[in-house]
Design a binder for this molecule. Structure first.
Ligand code: AP5
Ligand code: MG
Length: 213
């Protein structure tokens, strides 16, 4: 089963995708994570996109479609979770063609609905484990008191370069301008399912599980 997690920055896409990987053996394809890896490993592409990402703007369709194309040829376990992709109508069309080429289909597009005020407080309180990427939040999911990641025991935690109010404002603008048209696009295909992303992490996971099952 292949699904898209669609939602603004801080909606909880990464948090829920990681749970689906653990609980169902699905494969998370986060273009944001792929771009940050490219940046950290110092590739030419990584260097080129770093500033664009820090400003909160979208990277070109060509680059992200290329990243996804490579991954679709690999193993998909219990299905792919597209996290942060597609983000434009051109990317959505490209995903449709790529899946068709692989003989695969898209079963659901899960729109995670969260209001802007919650997004700002979530994003400015976020950190992630430097070793395994487990997502934490100073308020709702603090790093354990012993300073060790609950998933892997790692002790280094990172904050993202684009997790500041100015970049977040730009990311939200990009979302409403370029990504939110996908809600209508997938509604018309009969694939759109909404979940209330404002609930607790477990509650949101329950809503997503109900859709998948
Ligand atoms: P990307 O990495 O995809 O960032 P994003 O879409 O802005 O989303 P985030 O990762 O910030 O939020 P999330 O929804 O994953 O929330 P999370 O689970 O972490 O993209 C970054 C950049 O890369 C883009 O701006 C762009 O430049 C580029 N890019 C990426 N893909 C691209 C594409 N396809 N095309 C073009 N450019 C692209 O949760 C956030 C916080 O909230 C955490 O602290 C978490 O613990 C907490 N939290 C989660 N759920 C809950 C809950 N239910 N209740 C309380 N707290 C919660
Ligand atoms: Mg994310």
């Amino acid at each position: 089963m292949n699904i898209i997690l669609l939602g603004p920055p801080g909606a909880g896409k990464g948090t829920q995708a990681r749970r689906l990987v653990e609980e169902r053996g699905m494969v998370q394809l986060s273009t944001g994570d792929m771009l940050r890896e490219a940046k950290d490993s110092g590739t030419e592409m990584g260097k080129r996109v770093a500033e664009v990402m820090a400003r909160g703007e979208l990277v070109t369709d060509e680059i992200v479609i290329g990243l996804i194309r490579e991954k679709l040829e690999g193993e998909n376990g219990g299905g792919f979770i597209f996290d942060g992709f597609p983000r434009t109508l051109a990317q959505a069309d490209a995903l449709g063609s790529l899946l068709a080429e692989e003989g695969q289909t898209l079963e659901a597009v899960i729109e995670m609905q969260v209001d802007d005020a919650a997004l700002v407080s979530r994003i400015t309180a976020r950190s992630t484990c430097g070793s395994c990427g487990e997502v934490y939040n100073d308020v709702t999911k603090p790093i354990p008191a012993d300073g060790k990641c609950s998933n892997c025991g790692g002790t280094e935690f990172k904050r993202r370069a684009d997790d500041n109010e100015e970049s977040l404002r730009q990311r939200l603008m990009e979302y409403y301008k370029k990504t939110s048209p996908l809600i209508g696009y997938y509604y018309a295909k009969g694939l759109l399912k909404g979940v209330d992303g404002l609930g607790e992490i477990d509650e949101v996971a329950g809503q997503i599980a109900a859709i998948i099952d």
